[in-house]
Design a protein around this ligand. Structure first.
Ligand code: ZN
Ligand code: ZN
Length: 355
């Protein structure tokens, strides 16, 4: 039996639920393998159903092994309600941060007598720990991302636009087999490097600037995420000082990171080092986040996340220092928590590269 669905069943039994309605795309993909854009799953304590529309019936039958595929006569929600009635489910969980108020109202009306129980991030929590199949996808995505970094170094020259670099990165990753880019590629040069989310603009590169490049490939739905910062031309003293501090903060966090440690402690390790040097206020974001079928997942390396790390979790470690008007540095790696430590999935060099 599917281990992922078994985990849902365990949750249902523990919480006295007869079934779970899965309406969030990443969650139905995770549980069924179905990659279409429209579906609802009903997972009961002993069976599983996938309702999709006419466009996807064949694909669903192919991808969602072990699921009964249900074809609606008209609306998917009518077929879902009919199935819930047919199965006699009395307490049905739903995804509270995904089911819209409108659809909730529809189900409420169509299923009188059925208790609709709001559940928060139930499948997401099962997704926190990645299995071997997922880790293989993440490694492939990280590998393509590394290759794309190596490739882009030849293109970083004075006068080139940030947007041209982003296009080359995306084109390269897709040629190498990536489904798509994990998010809108960040190429931020010069003063724009002080913008933690400086999506590539039409600014041209100028010698003497930092260039922050943050990107990732998607493979079979799984996202890689990596940032490197390079200097165009010769690095000056300030470039070296800030780069070195960010790198030391990242290394410090990687030293602390292992199973059994709280996420907040990893964030703190890097944050303390940056603060002691006087740049605490210039590191305004969390140290990292989990990655998987979504680019930002939980748990995360923030001062407040007390989650204890477990083997199989995959997170980024990405300290940064941003100086308004001057520029910034971020160094980000993708990390797999293993049984006795970590495996760094991003393999690109981290020494300060001058181009
Ligand atoms: Zn990133
Ligand atoms: Zn990230």
């Amino acid at each position: 039996m599917n281990r992922r669905i078994e985990a849902v069943r365990e949750f249902l039994k523990k919480n006295d639920l007869d079934g779970l309605l899965v309406t969030k795309q990443q969650n139905w993909q995770y549980l069924s393998g179905f990659t279409g854009t429209n579906a609802v799953l009903i997972i009961t304590t002993d069976d599983q159903y996938l309702i999709t529309d006419f466009r996807y019936l064949e694909q669903a039958a192919e991808q969602a092994g072990g699921f009964h595929i249900i074809k609606p006569f008209a609306l998917v929600e009518d077929a879902v309600a009919d199935q819930v009635k047919k199965l006699g489910l009395n307490r049905l969980g739903f995804e509270d941060d995904h089911l819209t108020y409108h659809l909730y109202s529809v189900y409420k009306e169509k299923l009188p007598g059925v208790a609709l129980v709001p559940l928060h991030e139930t499948v997401e929590k099962i997704r926190w720990v990645k299995d071997q199949e997922e880790i293989a996808c993440l490694k492939r995505a990280a590998g393509i991302t590394d290759e794309a970094f190596d490739n882009i170094l030849d293109f970083i020259k004075p006068g080139v636009r940030e947007s041209e670099l982003a296009l080359e990165i995306e084109y390269f990753m897709r040629r190498k087999g990536a489904q798509k880019s994990a998010f809108e590629i960040i190429v931020a040069s010069g003063p724009r490097a002080a913008l933690p989310h400086g999506v590539a603009s039409d600014k041209k590169l100028v010698p003497g600037e930092f260039v922050v490049i943050d990107f990732g490939a998607v493979v079979d739905g799984y996202h890689a995420d990596m940032t490197r910062t390079v200097v165009l031309g010769r690095a000056d003293e300030q470039h070296r000082k800030i780069y070195d501090l960010v790198l030391r903060a990242q290394e410090k966090a990687l030293e602390v990171l292992k199973p059994g440690v709280r996420c907040s402690a990893v964030d703190l390790a890097a944050r303390d080092l940056i603060s002691v040097e006087g740049y605490g206020a210039n590191f305004g974001h969390g140290l990292g986040h989990s990655v998987g079928l979504e680019i930002h997942e939980k748990p995360a390396f923030t001062p407040k996340d007390e989650t204890v790390l477990q083997p199989g979790m995959v997170l980024t470690v990405e300290p940064g220092i941003y100086l308004s008007g001057w520029g910034g540095v971020r160094i980000e790696d993708l990390i797999l928590v293993t049984t006795d430590g970590i495996e760094i999935l991003s393999k690109s060099p981290k020494n300060l590269i001058e181009l």
